[in-house]
Design a protein around this ligand. Sequence first.
Ligand code: AGP
Length: 615
Amino acid sequence: MCGIVGFTGKDQAVPFLLEGLQTLEYRGYDSAGIEVLSPDGGLHGVKCAGRVATLKERCATANLLGSTGIAHTRWATHGAPTDRNAHPHLDCSGRIAVVHNGIIENFRDLRAYLSRNGHTIVSDTDSEVVAHLIEDAWAGPAQGDLVAAVRNAVQRLEGSWALAVECADTPGQLVVARKGSPLVIASDEHGAYAASDITPLAAITSHVIQLEDDQFGLLRDDGSVTVYDKDGIEVAEPSTIDIDWDASAATLGGYADFMAKEIAEQPEALERLLEDRLGEHGVELDELSLSREQLAAIDRVYLVACGTSYHVCLIAKEMIEEWARIPVFCEYASELNYKDPLVTDHTLCVIVTQSGETADTLAAARRMRALGCNVFAITNVLGSTAARESDGTMYIQAGPEVCVASTKAYTAQMVAAALLALRLGYTNGTIDRAEVERHFRNLQAVPDLMREVIARRWQDKQAAQLFRDAHSSLFLGRGVNATTAYEGALKLKEISYLHAEAYPAGEMKHGPIALLEKGFPVVAIVPADHVHEKMVSNIQEVIARGASCVAVATDGDETVASMCQHTLWIPACPEELVTPIVAVVHLQLLARYVARSRGCDVDKPRNLAKSVTVE
Ligand code: AGP
């Protein structure tokens, strides 16, 4: 949720810290702050409500000098997004500074304890207690050893954290700690760096240390790094990951915003994912950690995720049930965590998570694993917690997704799910090799179909005018494209703040039809498929009530075009199950144009954060 960066070295810290925060801003952007150990021996910083851009402006006049520092961009959980609640937080002496990502669940008890013992807490956050606990430990049992002080403080915490800590009395050192929230470390000849994820570090190195839960890192200004376990024993071989994309992958590269860039990147992302997948097992999925016999024995599949990734599950259910004939249960991770799932000895649990750090999804995966399921992760982020904690991981290789609204991860995850479905079907004998190849070729056709849709984006721009002054909207689809309607509505809501409801079109008459009135915008996903005629009837019901209809329809469908105000054309798709992957591109584009016409920041919608690391 929040973004953390730290640096200690020979160079000035502020340039890296501010650039690093900028790249991590998608993790949270309601306030930001920086604290640097200056040559006068004291900590000096700036923090403010608002974006990193505001912090940069303030820093330009603050003249912060020093080669050790920490910085933070926040997504508020405890305490409003104000200057006072922005990180870093200091201890009473002002000589220890802390940035935190996660939630300290027992912070109320700790605040009360610290207050009773003479500490003055100045913010409303859960995080500030950490600085005061370190202050106590520093003066007490740790006897001036910063790693020991952080270790001692952390023992009193409940919840999740990634921490970076600096102390005016240990110049040239930073200490980091992790439990449940990601943190990576890098070093080069200029010094040592810490960050919430690899994006700020990609320009520095292709090799990073990934801190594990309950580990601590000591970063020194000569670039050396030591990792310790919870008992303070040095870890001989900390876990590392290689960054396989270059730093420019996380830059705008000439696009107006990351959403536009990421929509445009979809065809290449899918091509990468499909490369070299056909083989002796039908579809090659070496990422699965199950033998052929274990795979063939799978008798049910749980698909678990949140938000857009949950919509991937709904599509994946259709694919697995049709191609592999295995019953599938789709669950919101946040719901599954409070249910009693119907797990058998042969249940496969698939978690779908772009970030690999969504707290609800991770909690559900841990639970399903504890119940005996093999857990398979479909994720985008290399070395993410989902990948590390699962039995098998398929990376969708979509490259960094910076825009908070997921686009390329959505379509790549659908393709990954399709590959899994084909592998399951081939292994259990419900589809033969010729069928696998036919479906695979159909998937291979998708990137070019998407390119065609992207080239037609002017249609979305025109249709967006219908929504600019609307107060609500309705998205309708049937069969597999009911999910396309859900995803289209979610995209519109999250980036344009326009209410959008999505329904299976046949259900409209049971309630949502009451919303319709003259000019009310309705989006109908009506490709050429086996429910096309039913959708046409639903569109009739919409226009009979004076509502305005935008259709996503297949080239040449004049019946639909003649009924609707706008038609967003998709080329004919080779099979029904791939239509959602193509059709959704129009809805991504539509949402973006609507958001821009309403003056919204499409990449950083209000109240949201890219990876939701709190339950
Ligand atoms: C997508 O546009 C959303 N921002 C959100 O619903 C997201 O898909 C959800 O939070 C799950 O994230 P994950 O895929 O990283 O687990």
